[in-house]
Write a protein that binds this ligand. Structure first.
Ligand SMILES: C[S@@+](CC[C@H](N)C(=O)[O-])C[C@H]1O[C@@H](n2cnc3c(N)ncnc32)[C@H](O)[C@@H]1O
Length: 217
C-alpha cells in the first residue's frame, strides 16, 4: 500500500496500481480538462479527446478496483469534457448527479462569460446518501481569484469546494484519493477535516508547491 498523507510525484496510472483493493473511501479529483481550446477560445494542443480515451478508461477501471463498495466520486469537469467523461464513467459507476459549481463570479468567455463548472457525482453500488436530504445540486462557492498573486496553479480550486464533498461523503479517518493533485487543494481540505489522503501529481514543481502549502498549514 502506498504511504498515506503524501503527494506522490508520479503518473497516476502508475501510482494507483500500487494501492490496495477496496481501500479508498472517496475519490475527489480534477483531471486536466483536455479541451481543444483555451478559456478565451484559442486553439490549444489537445484537438482530439479520442487520443486520451484509453488513459481514462484504464484510470477509471483502477479507481473502481481501489474504491470501497460504499464510496463516492467527485470529478471536476466542464461543458466541453463532460460528454467525453460520462460514457467512460458509466462503464464502472452509478452516475448520480451533475453538480453545478456556481462561481458567483464571472471569468473569461468570448461570448457569454463563464460563471460555472460541473462536478460529476458518482457512486459505487452500496453507497448510501450520508448528507442532508435537502442538499441541492448547485453549489455556490467563490473561485480562486486568478489574477491574485496568491494563486498557485492555473486550475487551482477553492478549498471550500473539496471540503464540502469530503464532509458530505466521508467520515473522520477515511482515506481520500486525488489522482491529479495540482497545488494540493484536496490534501489541504483533508487535513482540515481530519481525513487521510493519497495524491498523485506528474509535475515536480506542483508537488513542491503543494508540499510547501501543506507544511504551512
Ligand atoms: C486541473 S489540475 C488540478 C488542480 C488542483 N485541483 C488544484 O486545486 O490545484 C490537474 C493536474 O493534474 C496533473 N496531471 C496531469 N496528468 C497527470 C497524470 N497522468 N498523473 C498525475 N498528475 C497528472 C497536472 O500536472 C495538473 O497539475
Amino acid at each position: 500500500m502506498l504511504e498515506l498523507n503524501k503527494i506522490h510525484n508520479i503518473d497516476c496510472i502508475e501510482g494507483i496500481k500500487k494501492i490496495d483493493d477496496n481501500s479508498i473511501n472517496a475519490i475527489i479529483t480534477d483531471p486536466p480538462y483536455c479541451i481543444g481550446t483555451t478559456s478565451n477560445g484559442q486553439k490549444g494542443d489537445w484537438q482530439d479527446n479520442n487520443l486520451i480515451r484509453p488513459f481514462f478508461r484504464e484510470l477509471f477501471s483502477e479507481c473502481k478496483r481501489v474504491l470501497r463498495d460504499t464510496a463516492a466520486l467527485y470529478i471536476n469537469t466542464d461543458w466541453r469534457t463532460y460528454p467525453f467523461l460520462y460514457p467512460i464513467l458509466q462503464e464502472h459507476f452509478n452516475i448520480r448527479n451533475l453538480i453545478v459549481w456556481d462561481y458567483e463570479w464571472i471569468k473569461a468567455g468570448s461570448h457569454y462569460r463563464y460563471s460555472h463548472e460541473f462536478i460529476i457525482y458518482a457512486t459505487m453500488p452500496d453507497c448510501k446518501r450520508t448528507f442532508s436530504a435537502s442538499e441541492r445540486d448547485v453549489w455556490r462557492i467563490r473561485p480562486i481569484n486568478y489574477t491574485s498573486k496568491h494563486k498557485l496553479h492555473n486550475a487551482q480550486k477553492p478549498v471550500a469546494l473539496y471540503e464540502k464533498a469530503i464532509l458530505n461523503s466521508t467520515q473522520e479517518g477515511d482515506t481520500v484519493l486525488d489522482c491529479f493533485m495540482g497545488s494540493g487543494t484536496t490534501a489541504i481540505a483533508c487535513k482540515q477535516t481530519g481525513r487521510n489522503y493519497i495524491g498523485f501529481e506528474l509535475q515536480e514543481k506542483y508537488c513542491e508547491i503543494a508540499n510547501e502549502r501543506i507544511n504551512k498549514l
